[in-house]
Design a protein around this ligand. Structure first.
Ligand code: CP
Length: 328
């Protein structure tokens, strides 16, 4: 086990452009704001990779992970990020809470805030839940996934991973492939990537990719094989069986035949194609194990970047809270 190290890191000043107490989505973030988060996340990543385990910038702050849906990566990395920053972090478990006695989501959140939470990281199956809480609470609210709407920190960590590998987003062609219809990651990626100058293609079966997505100023395609030769980055979105009422394709085998990233497709892609997946992945459905674990894949690097991104977001939103405490 590594000894715990504690270093001050040179983060530089708080970015002038950052005025947000909440992070609810990437739709309305400017290029300057997105770049500010990515730049700070890069610095936190460098410190973590160098072995720093504590950057105690948020001691005295309390973070609560208010998750009404399951999570492995997002909840764990928010907990770790908060603790790395010296904050307290607590996890709320919906299944053992008083929601079962009829307490509302707003009352639940208000009660946790009354215990001293400064930050509420919220995941809920209903789009707009974090926005509703932001209107009703004084603490910072971070959207950790609201139904199929947005997952801003996932979008940020995907974009950070691309930027670290490629240096820029400008001019890259990024394809989001799979269950576009149910994907909150798709929307956050589209808004963040386009603001930073990437060309975005959404691709999947017609039952999961509607031409209406063109309204978001993206290209759309039903054929991975058609678009593959010109793609720089593939982000493979999980088929979200749990959100589907009817099976959107005849069989998983047929889906995999048309859309799974496998060795044959890799041979027809650009040599330096970058493979991403937000996780969890269905091995053999969206991606075969050899590709998921191969050299073009940055899937676990995304997860590592998730801690750094969440440290940056926690530091930025609470900086606004610290500058103007509620009631001041
Ligand atoms: N990518 C992602 O949000 O994973 P979890 O559902 O495990 O948090």
């Amino acid at each position: 086990m590594e000894p715990m190290s504690e270093h001050p890191i040179e983060l530089g000043p708080l970015p002038q452009c950052w005025k947000r107490r909440h992070l609810l989505g990437l739709e309305d973030l400017t290029a300057e704001e997105l770049t500010a988060v990515l730049d700070k996340a890069d610095l936190f990543k460098q410190a973590l990779v160098a072995g720093t385990r504590r950057v105690p910038l948020l001691s005295g702050i309390t973070n609560c992970n208010l998750f009404f849906e399951n999570s492995t990566r997002t909840r764990t990395s928010f907990s770790l990020a908060a603790r790395r920053l010296g904050a307290d972090s607590i996890d709320f478990s919906a299944s053992t809470s008083s929601l079962s006695k009829g307490e509302t989501v707003i009352d639940t959140a208000k009660n946790i805030e009354a215990m001293g939470a400064d930050v509420m990281v919220v995941r809920h199956r209903t789009p707009g839940t974090p926005h509703l809480l932001a209107q009703n609470l004084d603490c910072c609210v971070i959207n950790a996934g609201d139904g199929p709407h947005e997952h801003p920190t996932q979008g940020l960590l995907d974009i950070l991973t691309i930027r670290q590998r490629r240096g820029t987003l400008q001019g890259l062609t990024v394809a989001l492939v799979g269950d576009i219809a149910h994907s909150r990651t798709a929307r956050s990626n589209i808004w963040g990537l386009k603001t930073l100058g990437a060309h975005v293609i959404v691709c999947g079966p017609s039952t999961l990719v509607s031409p209406r997505w063109k309204e978001l100023d993206v290209e759309f395609s039903y054929s991975l094989d058609d678009i593959l030769p010109r793609v720089d980055v593939l982000n493979l979105l999980r088929i979200q069986f749990e959100r589907q009422h009817d099976r959107p394709f005849p069989s998983v085998r047929e889906y995999a035949h048309l859309y799974a990233m496998n060795r044959d497709r890799l041979a027809r892609a650009k040599d330096d194609i970058l493979i991403l997946a937000p996780g969890p992945i269905n091995r053999g459905v969206e991606v075969t194990p050899d590709v998921a674990d191969g050299p073009q894949s940055a899937i676990l690097e995304q997860v590592t970047n998730g801690v750094a991104v969440r440290m940056a977001v926690l530091w930025l939103v609470t900086s606004v809270l610290r500058a103007a405490p509620v009631g001041s």
